[in-house]
Design a protein. Structure first.
Lengths: 398, 188, 83
């Protein structure tokens, strides 16, 4: 049924429909509404789950790790500093091959302290072995969560899934969302039936020491499964379409890119703004398009290569940067396209710490990308805020 | 596509206003996207909430720079700050203010409606929470949606008694505009 | 694909650490024992057992010969002897 609901509410509704047994989280802006909604659902008896309050994100992640290890479907959500405090446990969850779903309300990372949206938090843990999906709008948010449990718990996968939604823009935005019925979700998502679990009646050891003789194989296995996921994810999207009647999620989506001379590659909610700008520029006769990356881990190298084949000018537009190098997505795409020297590939950094991205910003990028293949061009820099030598000089009182 | 910018102070309920406004559009089968922008995240600090609405799902995620409509929840927000920046040439502004102010920022063709929304709220709700009165005035001033759609949205947002008093506030706001003359209309 | 991430419980039992002993092993004298169980708790291999006074002994399949039990025994009722 179509409802006019907040993005955070859409997450809570989706998670509720997936019937988790354990939820644990520590509140952090802008993730807070998600767990408030879930806590209320549990308190009112609408959701039969244990909601465990903990003292930090490290504990929250550890708790859902333990719960999943005992064979219970679990959920957690966090943001920014919270995700980084979880980082150690994130590697453990993936390393132990535990299916889990985490919502990351993407937010900038301190310092300076900033509660607004960018992608630095999730990009910083991209090597942890988690599958990473990125939502463009509230319907994506809803549908990706339902797909995420199915993907994560698939016996060929057994890897955790992180769903990224832009803080405020999606978490606090209110939009029309088609909320599926419990029957539909039950039909799509079977009960969690783990391959292995901690059980006092059938004891086993999970997470033992793996020395130089063993560790390499655990990493190889995850890498190999990640590559399998590139085939499994489209299967799940097809299953989803059969039951829910709409196609959401997947690896990559193109928008008017087929005959385009210039495209912008991006992920998350910025794609909507790019699509609107593409339409405007097309009306002005410019051959432009957009490529939306939905799944960044596993990285859909082959599919992307196919989408970008023959496009003369490509700009990777990112809300994150690997300081001292490039935008992380740019580095991945550069690796994919290295075989084609005729293409112009540039990298733009936008929207860090919530700097607004308007259609004008996107137009500026479309103008610049045909002239350059520079990396890490920051858009919207205010030169008056940049000081030369001593920062006290520009910010001290006159 | 229509764009609405709400100017308020954190704590005045701008997000609730945007939610109800969006819901009124939703009740008429449109696709609204309502969202806030927090500044200092402190009570009393100026902040914005926005609604963008279209016949099809809205994709644009930036803030609103050229609104069709403005709602100013408190006239003190205009002290030293031009709330009218970017307002479209035929734009409409609803301001919570008893007096008719002379606003230099207003261009010919733009319409400004002053609504004593605090007084209406005190009468109906018993507290100076002006949002629903302003929304009633918005419905009358812009003809964007029917009063019934607004009432449906208020019923969705508030439980029984609160809904009743807020609906009364919305109705009074609506009626006030049906009778009022506008500042912009006088100028042109 | 999975790597080595789980193992059956009790797999450590197969690993007989007794072969790690070099020159000395403990001898339980069973004369002045007060059944304080300090030797059980200090043993890194958990291979000492016993309940009543003067009944304690260790399993040489797993004893590494570290001598911790000798050092902790308050009655000096355990000594190290040559293999």
């Amino acid at each position: 049924m179509k409802q006019f609901i907040e993005g955070s509410r859409a997450v809570a509704e989706a998670v509720k429909l997936c019937r988790p047994g354990v939820i644990s989280a520590y509140p952090i802006t802008p993730q807070t509404h998600i767990v408030e909604e879930l806590a209320q659902m549990v308190a009112q008896g609408d959701l039969n789950a244990q909601f465990v309050n903990v003292e930090s994100e490290h504990s929250a992640a550890s708790l859902v790790l333990g719960a999943t290890a005992t064979g219970v479907r679990s959920f957690t959500a966090t943001s920014s500093q919270g995700l980084l405090l979880m980082a150690e446990v994130l590697f453990n969850i993936a390393g132990l091959r535990l299916p889990l779903v985490l919502t990351c309300a993407n937010r900038a990372v301190s310092a300076p302290i900033n509660i607004w949206n960018d992608h630095q938090d999730a990009e910083t843990v991209r090597d942890s072995g988690w599958i990473q999906l990125w939502a463009e709008d509230m319907q994506d948010v809803m549908d990706l969560h339902i797909q995420a449990y199915k993907l994560s718990e698939d016996k060929r996968v057994c890897l955790p899934v992180m769903i990224n939604m832009d803080g405020y823009i999606l978490t606090h935005g209110i939009e029309v969302v088609d909320v599926p019925t419990q029957e539909q979700v039950d039909k799509f998502l079977p009960k969690y039936n783990p391959l292995y679990k901690l059980d006092v009646d059938k004891p086993m050891t999970l997470g033992f020491l793996a020395g130089p003789d063993y560790y390499l194989e655990t990493r190889y296995a995850i890498q190999s499964t990640m590559s399998d996921c590139l085939k499994i994810i489209p299967e799940i999207v097809a299953d989803f379409k059969n039951i829910f009647g709409r196609s959401r999620g997947g690896l990559v989506e193109t928008y008017r890119a087929e005959d385009a001379q210039s495209v912008i590659v991006a992920k998350g909610s910025i794609i909507g703004t790019i699509k609107d700008t593409v339409d405007e520029l097309r009306n002005e006769g410019k051959k432009v398009g957009a490529v939306k990356i939905i799944t960044t881990r596993p990285f859909p190298a082959e599919v992307l290569n196919k989408c970008l084949l023959g496009i003369a000018n490509i700009a990777v537009v990112e809300k994150a940067i690997s300081l001292g190098a490039f935008g992380p997505l740019f580095a991945d795409i550069k690796a994919v396209l290295s075989a084609n020297p005729k293409q112009k590939l540039s990298n733009f950094i936008v929207g860090l710490g919530g700097r607004d991205i308007s259609k004008q910003t996107i137009r500026e990028i479309f103008e610049k990308l045909v002239k350059t293949d520079e990396t890490c061009q920051f858009i919207g820099i205010k030169p008056e805020l940049l000081t030369g030598e001593n920062p006290q000089e520009s910010f001290s009182d006159e | 596509m229509k764009e609405i910018r709400i100017h308020a102070r954190a704590g005045q309920g701008a997000i609730t206003t945007a939610t109800i406004l969006g819901h009124a559009y939703f009740a008429e089968g449109k696709f609204p996207y309502a969202f806030p922008y927090f500044g200092a995240a402190r009570m009393g600090a100026p902040m914005n909430a926005f609604v963008r609405v279209d016949e099809k799902p809205v994709r644009l995620r930036s803030q609103v720079y050229e609104p069709d409509f403005l709602i100013i929840a408190d006239a003190t927000l205009m002290r030293g700050f031009n709330c009218f920046t970017g307002l479209k040439n035929k734009g409409v502004a609803i301001i919570n203010e008893k007096e008719t102010l002379d606003l230099k920022e207003v261009k010919p063709g733009q319409k400004v409606f002053f609504v004593p929304a605090n007084d209406i709220a005190m009468e109906t709700i018993g507290r100076p929470i002006a949002n629903t009165a302003l929304l009633g005035a918005f419905a009358a001033a812009t003809n964007e949606f029917k009063l019934d759609s607004l009432i449906e949205a208020i019923n969705k947002r508030f439980s029984e008694n609160l809904a009743k008093v807020n609906i009364a506030a919305a109705q009074k706001g609506y009626e006030f505009i049906s009778k009022a003359t506008t500042y912009g209309a006088k100028r042109t | 694909m999975f790597g080595p991430i789980v193992s059956k419980s009790g797999s450590g039992v197969k690993y007989k650490t007794g072969s790690w002993r070099t020159t000395q092993k403990p001898k339980f004298l069973k004369k002045n024992c007060i059944a304080c169980k300090m030797c059980i708790m200090i043993c890194p291999e958990g291979c000492i057992s016993g309940k009543e006074k003067n009944t304690f002994d260790c399993n040489f399949d797993y004893c590494k010969g570290c001598g911790n039990c000798v050092a902790i025994c308050p009655k000096k009722d355990i000594i190290m002897e040559k293999e």
